[in-house]
Write a protein that binds this ligand. Structure first.
Ligand code: ZN
Length: 375
């Protein structure tokens, strides 16, 4: 802890940042409200921002020009649904956008995003229990068969409310404090990453020695994992550090997958691969593994490790920009990914912030990205 920081101050700031961000809807491709909120926060810190045509928000903090430059990035969009058809009776059918778990959809409260002040609440219908047959009781209903009841009695009423084919729908933005450090709610993936980077920007600005850092809040990650590409092409970083959730495996149903504990501190991915069609993933650059291992030892914050298939992030694509970008995925443990109530631990977010600031600030002109120095 720095002398000018009161105990608990960073955690309190992270909590406020996270909880405010969780209440702002921002389906992939519709991130405007989140982007404007983050731009306002960065401006208050004294950082000017610029959007690109895809909607990514970029802020550059100049530093030592002779050191490798860094792009520190995370996504600000969230997964959800898109209006597919409006039934004559006023019910609304939807398409999935992103990895939406269909078995967690019935009975969910949603928000149909029409515009600030005009959004409409709705309920994803769950067939009346008294009419549910024994065969239906243990079956997942495909999303095509689900519908939203938003209180409308006709198609005309839906249209009059500003809802049309293509309107974005998200889980009702919500958060609740489960215990002093544990927060449950919507889109912790990846508003927690946004909160961490905003706080890391504040702390890096106070460091006299640091490399140039481009903070990027990216779009459409939950859609196709390539939104951050245009930002990386614009800033041409030497190093890319991606922040997102890493799967906590300390629940009864996840224990076989690894050793990542909620509340156990930040985590680093040593291997990710998403087989199902993308044939992509990230094997981190060894210089960055060594950088953050060293940083975690210096500041005495444990760094958990994960290696798993089934998921990937934007870093998988960012690493191929230019002559290759040295990339790594760092993150915070999270439970129940992509459900409407994800859970994270504020202590992990604080540890991740401290680790990032320590690691990034130590990148100087002697920091080698030559693989032969490590492999
Ligand atoms: Zn994410």
């Amino acid at each position: 802890m720095k002398a000018d920081q009161r105990p608990g101050e960073v955690k309190a700031r992270l909590k406020a940042l996270l909880c405010d961000l969780m209440l702002i809807p921002g389906l992939s491709g519709h991130e405007g409200r989140v982007r404007r909120h983050i731009a306002g926060l960065l401006k208050a810190l004294g950082l000017s921002t610029r959007p690109d045509r895809l909607g990514n928000l970029i802020a550059t903090l100049e530093g030592d020009q002779s050191a490798p430059s860094v792009m520190l990035f995370t996504h600000m969009d969230q997964l959800g649904l898109v209006v597919r058809k409006i039934e004559a009776g006023g019910f609304i059918r939807v398409e999935r956008l992103g990895g939406v778990p269909e078995r967690a959809l019935p009975s969910q409260e949603v928000l149909i995003c029409v515009g600030e002040g005009r959004d409409r609440p709705g309920v994803i219908a769950n067939k009346s229990h008294h009419a549910t047959t024994p065969e239906e009781k243990y079956k997942v209903v495909p999303y095509q068969d689900l519908y939203i009841d938003a209180g409308f009695a006709s198609q005309d009423e839906v249209i009059a409310a500003g809802i049309d084919i293509g309107s974005p729908v998200v889980y009702r933005p919500y958060w609740v404090e489960l215990s002093p450090d544990r927060i449950a709610g919507t889109s912790i993936d990846d508003r927690a990453g946004c909160a961490v980077i905003i706080e890391a920007a504040r702390q890096l600005m106070a460091r006299p020695k640091r490399p140039t850092v481009h903070f990027v809040f990216s779009v459409q990650e939950e859609f196709n994992l390539r939104g951050a590409l245009t930002a990386a092409q614009a800033v041409q970083p030497d190093i890319a550090i991606q922040i997102d959730l890493l799967l906590a495996t300390d629940t009864p149903d996840m224990a076989y997958r690894g050793d990542v504990r909620l509340g156990g501190g930040p985590a680093m991915s040593l291997y990710s691969f998403h087989g199902r069609g993308t044939l992509n993933g990230t094997i981190p650059h060894p210089a960055l593994v060594s950088l953050f291992d060293g940083a975690s030892r210096r500041i005495d914050i444990p760094l958990q490790r994960t290696a798993h298939t089934g998921a990937l992030t934007d870093s998988s694509y960012v690493q191929f920009v230019g002559q290759g970008v040295a990339s790594i995925d760092l993150g915070f443990p999270m439970r129940y990914s992509h459900s409407s109530l994800e859970v994270c631990d504020l202590g992990d977010l604080e540890g991740l912030t401290t680790l990032l600031v320590e690691g990034i600030a130590s990148i100087d002109d002697g920091f080698s990205l030559d693989r032969d120095d490590y492999e």
